[in-house]
Ligand binder design. Structure first.
Ligand SMILES: Nc1ncnc2c1ncn2[C@@H]1O[C@H](COP(=O)(O)OP(=O)(O)OP(=O)(O)O)[C@@H](O)[C@H]1O
Ligand SMILES: [Mg+2]
Length: 338
């Protein structure tokens, strides 16, 4: 406790960000330190799991010290430790979980394991103090694409998901193919701003009538085929036009299906979550679609969309209040369902 407020430490190491945050009363961010490994993985064109684990191991104590000192909190004042225990790169998740357990045991602080995807959804609680479940959520990240009904702080019902590539994965793959490099999403986002979304007409894949599932793997093949055709014909590919056209084809389906889900569940509130929720075109399209239907839209700022410790602390706070602590047998999982 600090000044009568419940203090949570949130630890996130599931991919290539070593992040630790301190929150007060679940929703107030006192510090959120994010040590990104982007520079390390860029030369390999993507995240190399073993290198990610080693960097978490090297960085985590420094990130912890920084998170506590920036928040002006001592470890003795921490009431709860929340840690991502899946899904993610297993070697990376293990570093966070082992750190959390050691701290919990040494300082006698309760511990809870957090599903990384619940963490993404909980990012909005940090930005919107009035937001409470139930609501509809669109989760779009590097490894996941889901439309879910969040029925309570710690419970949700999956309405639809991708049958192959996640949206972030499609962004990253296409960025590599067109030569924009890693991390792909932000680079395609930037390039698309100068391009014409109608320049290349890619097929939109909607699957069965009324389905809330997605399939994005074919779009990558369409992009590849287009590039090959243009090169064979001796024409230079316009990266801005291609980026804008690819992005529009994917986002059209994403936004249409999210609106269909809102209609099917009569939702009047939509929360966006995950790294791709930082995308400027998606934000613009959702704002228009929700505005036209009277749906209130909650979009956390970009730094809260990508992986961070604060969202894990927010999720941990509510999980602890509803279910109590986990014990020290807490395990780490590469796959962990929502
Ligand atoms: N502005 C943007 N536009 C599009 N995509 C973006 C943008 N910013 C980040 N991304 C994408 O978001 C993904 C990273 O998000 P996030 O950190 O949530 O994913 P992850 O943690 O790797 O996966 P998961 O959360 O599913 O385990 C990457 O695929 C990245 O390209
Ligand atoms: Mg993530």
């Amino acid at each position: 406790m600090k000044d009568g407020k419940f203090i949570t430490l949130g630890i996130e190491t599931s991919c290539d960000e070593t992040s630790i945050a301190v929150t007060a009363e679940g929703r107030e961010i006192l510090s959120d330190i994010i040590s990104s490994q982007i520079a390390v993985h860029t030369k390999f064109g993507g995240v190399v799991p073993e290198i990610a684990s080693r960097h978490h191991l090297q960085n985590i104590n420094g990130v912890l010290d920084q998170a506590l000192s920036e928040a002006g909190i001592s470890l003795a004042e921490v009431d709860l430790i929340g840690v991502t225990n899946g899904p993610g790169l297993i070697g990376a998740v293990v570093i966070g979980v082992a750190t959390a357990k050691a701290l919990s045991l040494a300082a006698g602080i309760p511990l809870v394991g957090v599903n990384h995807m619940h963490g993404h959804v909980s990012a909005s609680y940090l930005q919107y103090p009035e937001l409470e479940p139930p609501f509809l959520a669109l989760i779009v990240s590097g490894g996941h694409t889901n439309i879910v009904e969040v029925t309570d702080y710690n419970r949700c019902r999956v309405l639809g998901g991708t049958r192959d590539d996640a949206v972030g994965e499609a962004y990253d793959k296409v960025a590599r193919v067109v030569g924009l490099g890693y991390p792909g999403g932000p680079k395609v986002d930037r390039a698309a701003k100068d391009g014409d979304p109608e320049a290349v007409r890619f097929k939109r894949v909607y699957l069965e009538n009324g389905s809330l599932d997605f399939s994005f793997s074919g779009l990558k093949t369409q992009v590849l085929n287009y590039i090959n055709r243009e090169r064979m014909a001796g024409r230079e590919v316009n990266v801005a036009d291609l980026s804008a056209s690819f992005q529009q084809a994917m986002l059209d389906v994403l936004v249409d299906k999210t609106m269909l889900a809102a209609e099917q569940t009569r939702a009047d509130r939509l929360v966006t979550a995950g790294g791709v929720a930082a995308n400027s075109r998606l934000r613009q399209m959702l704002a228009e679609a929700c505005g036209a239907r009277g749906i209130r839209l909650y979009m956390p700022e970009p730094v809260l969309c990508t992986d961070n410790g604060a969202m894990i602390a927010a999720a941990a706070y509510y999980k602890y209040r509803m279910q109590g602590p986990d014990d020290l047998s807490l395990d780490a999982y590469a796959n962990l369902p929502l």
